[in-house]
Design a protein around this ligand. Sequence first.
Ligand SMILES: Cc1cc2nc3c(=O)[nH]c(=O)nc-3n(C[C@H](O)[C@H](O)[C@H](O)COP(=O)(O)OP(=O)(O)OC[C@H]3O[C@@H](n4cnc5c(N)ncnc54)[C@H](O)[C@@H]3O)c2cc1C
Length: 261
Amino acid sequence: MNIVVLVKQVPDTNEVKIDPETGRIMREGLPSIINPDDKAGIEEALKIKDENGAHVTVLSMGPPQAAEALKEAYAMGCDEVILLTDRAFGGADTWATSTAIAAAINNLDYDLIIAGRQAIDGDTAQVGPQTAEHLAIPSISYVEDIKEVNGSNITVQRQYEDRYQILKAKFPVLITTLGEMNSPRYMRVSRIYDINKEDLVKVWTVEDIEVDKSNIGLAGSPTRVKASFTKGAKQAGKVFDVDSEEGANIIIDKLAEEFLI
Ligand SMILES: Cc1cc2nc3c(=O)[nH]c(=O)nc-3n(C[C@H](O)[C@H](O)[C@H](O)COP(=O)(O)OP(=O)(O)OC[C@H]3O[C@@H](n4cnc5c(N)ncnc54)[C@H](O)[C@@H]3O)c2cc1C
């Protein structure tokens, strides 16, 4: 079977620091990593490969340095890695991103497509399901466990806030995976030797995919980020000198006021 895993290279947001003087995010020297939900997706694809045999292709859209994420995916055990990179894709919103990704997937054979639930930088959780829509295939988001895979279908457990659902889907299908669902394997030493081979990362530009150019990049994006700013620091806390029952009521009223309960 053929599995395509979508991987985004993201800044490690755990390492983000705020400049205390200006209140701005300090981006310099921020390490880039494979988005955690996508790394779980790679691990699930490799588990299927170990158990049933599969050809695992990893696809990423991003600037040339995103090749590093693909090399890591290869070293973990993936078979083929493709970087979709072109200035024409820059500044894309989720619609334009998923349009380009779906067009690239149209060049590939696939039974199962695995995306992460959400990227830790953009944080929208839109690209996976939108890609499935473009390809006109079903999608199952928030997959926390793959129960069974056979030649024609997959059974998964999908997470909800207060329950879970077991779903069986016929191929082709797209699923989105959660970072907490597994512990991704380390890169294999034997494969690390190969990652700098000249032609390891296949590079595709806009000319290598069949896509309506008015639907990609900044020009093809229905939404625009108009302004971005760092959230202000919290106000100083208030102290109430009251008995415990009154204290509980104050907390409940405050939470209700903020629509938190
Ligand atoms: C200069 C610039 C301008 C931007 N302007 C806008 C804007 O105006 N409006 C707006 O909505 N967004 C904008 N963005 C954000 C950008 O569109 C999103 O980062 C992108 O669309 C992906 O969405 P996400 O990160 O929220 O991914 P999610 O939807 O959270 O990602 C879910 C999953 O989809 C897959 N995936 C996502 N992106 C990729 C990728 N590139 N390659 C492979 N797989 C991927 C991964 O598996 C990921 O786990 C801008 C970004 C930049 C750099």
